[in-house]
Ligand binder design. Structure first.
Ligand SMILES: C=C(O[C@H]1C=CC=C(C(=O)O)[C@@H]1O)C(=O)O
Ligand SMILES: [Mg+2]
Length: 462
């Protein structure tokens, strides 16, 4: 059947099918000679003609699948299956997981893909399948970076017996890879029902309570989040939807993580941190206005974003926090003098990057522990805001406003997990949040919550 969509690879280069086959054959040849080496990761990678990773993922039913594209478009990873899955039951175990990742990867050029929950605890209710932290080393990896496109395999096993089993499984999976076929036809998705877990009156009441707390002096900011549940008339084609979302989210991190039949997916404009060797970059991104209908209106709104005292305050709380948290870990911190603006398709944000050189011995675990969750998703002071969120919000956040990214000894990068949804078959849960500070008005915050959901909603129904 003709789906009317482009194939996984371009048809105007007929020799590509054979080039992909040769790449797979090359990998198979290498794997066949692999011998079990206790606790050592085996990895091989070969160049591949360009492939759209999301179409490729949609064409393969090999869970768990994962996808990551960073905001700078310098790294895209698509993974099929798991060579190793590491989990943490609580925040207290993040360091052990990150340490394990580094020793397991060693000198190999591999990445684990994963993340952590908002509150450092395992998911509850809809999120029950997601632990506090989860990182997967894909068994088969498609990577695009400055060096081009490559296909790689990872194999790791704790015993000779497990090694033989995994090796056979990997060979079978490689033999089933497809590069030149159309992805399966998918019917258009329609939203049959929408359930809002917080309506405007409830939202206004929560905002009132937060403002009272702020007036009392014990809190300066809290981020209030809501959830919208969609019932769809057909299971959501996750990677096709993410492809649409990605097309409208050029300056965003895009991700999808599969876990026992569920997907956590989204496109976030916000970086938690990125580290290449000892060089680290973090940022504050907060404060929102919509995009204008005309260039003049857009510039007027941009001026408002830069000058309005409430928006300046909302953003500055994040900036100061990020600066104070990172300061002990870096020798030189560089940041522009004035905030800039990040423009997305429907909204724009205030933004200020901060880069530095890590002091000897500082690892991802310190950065993760001290930065996450920033006042862009939690509030300030952090503990007070977190308590208020747990007390006020009607549904657990799970991994929404957690962090998602890639980890390796040389290079790690995490996005703040916002503009995202949990998907299970016909059901999709969309999340959005707003920073409440002195000067917040319920109608304006409600409109902001709605605007933040729009991009995702549009990607669902095409
Ligand atoms: C918490 C979210 O956005 C944060 C990031 C940027 C701007 C925000 C704001 O203006 O309120 C939020 O702090 C979300 O999109 O769910
Ligand atoms: Mg805001």
């Amino acid at each position: 059947m003709d789906s009317g969509r482009p194939p996984v690879t371009s048809r105007d280069t007929p020799a590509q099918g054979t080039a992909h086959d040769r790449a797979v054959a090359d990998l198979l040849g290498r794997i066949k000679n692999w011998q079990f080496r206790d606790g050592t990761l085996l990895r091989a990678s070969v160049p591949l003609p360009p492939v759209d990773p999301l179409l490729w993922l949609q064409a393969h039913e090999q869970p768990p699948r994962c996808y990551w594209r960073n905001r700078d478009h310098t790294l895209t990873l698509a993974g099929l299956g798991s060579a190793c899955t590491l989990e943490a039951r609580s925040e207290a175990h993040y360091a052990a997981v990150l340490h394990r990742i580094n020793t397991l990867i060693g000198d190999e050029d591999a990445f684990f893909v994963g993340g952590v929950s908002f509150d450092g605890r395992p998911g509850r209710e809809a999120w029950a399948r997601f632990p506090a932290a989860l990182f997967v080393l894909p068994a088969i990896e498609l990577r695009q970076d400055e060096a081009g496109c490559r296909l790689a395999v990872n194999l790791w096993a704790e015993s000779q017996q497990a090694f033989m089993r995994e090796k056979t499984r990997l060979i079978t999976a490689l033999c089933q890879l497809r590069f030149d076929a159309d992805p399966p036809w998918e019917p258009p998705v329609r939203i049959s029902r929408r359930e809002d877990h917080m309506d405007f009156p409830a939202c206004a009441e929560h905002i009132g309570a937060i403002l009272e707390r702020i007036a009392g002096g014990s809190l300066r900011k809290a981020v209030l989040a809501r959830r919208v549940q969609l019932h769809l008339d057909t299971p959501l084609p996750v990677f096709t939807t993410l492809r649409r979302l990605r097309a409208g989210s050029t300056d965003s991190f895009c991700f999808a993580l599969e876990r026992d039949g569920q997907f956590y997916m989204g496109c976030s404009p916000e970086r938690l941190f990125s580290r290449i060797d000892r060089h680290v970059c973090t940022e504050s991104l907060a404060g929102t206005v919509r995009r204008g209908e005309t260039p003049e209106e857009d510039r007027r709104l941009e001026r408002l974003l830069l000058d309005d005292p409430k928006l300046v305050h909302e953003h500055e709380l994040v900036t100061r926090y990020v600066h104070d948290q990172i300061a002990p870990w870096v020798t030189r911190a560089e940041t522009p003098e004035h905030a800039g603006v990040v423009k997305l398709d429907r909204i724009q944000h205030r933004y200020l990057p901060l880069c530095g050189t890590l002091r000897p011995g500082v690892m991802d675990e310190q950065l993760l522990r001290t930065l996450h969750p920033t006042p862009a998703v939690c509030g300030f002071p952090r503990r007070e805001a977190r308590e208020l969120i747990l007390e006020r919000e009607p549904v657990p956040r799970g991994w929404y406003s957690g962090t998602v990214g890639v980890v390796s000894p040389r290079h790690s990068e995490f996005a703040v997990a916002i503009r995202s949804a949990l998907v299970e078959g016909n059901r999709m849960m969309l999340y959005s949040g707003v920073g409440i500070v002195d000067g917040s008005r319920p109608e304006a915050e409600w409109n902001e919550l709605e605007a933040k959901l729009e991009t995702l909603l549009c990607a669902v129904e095409n």
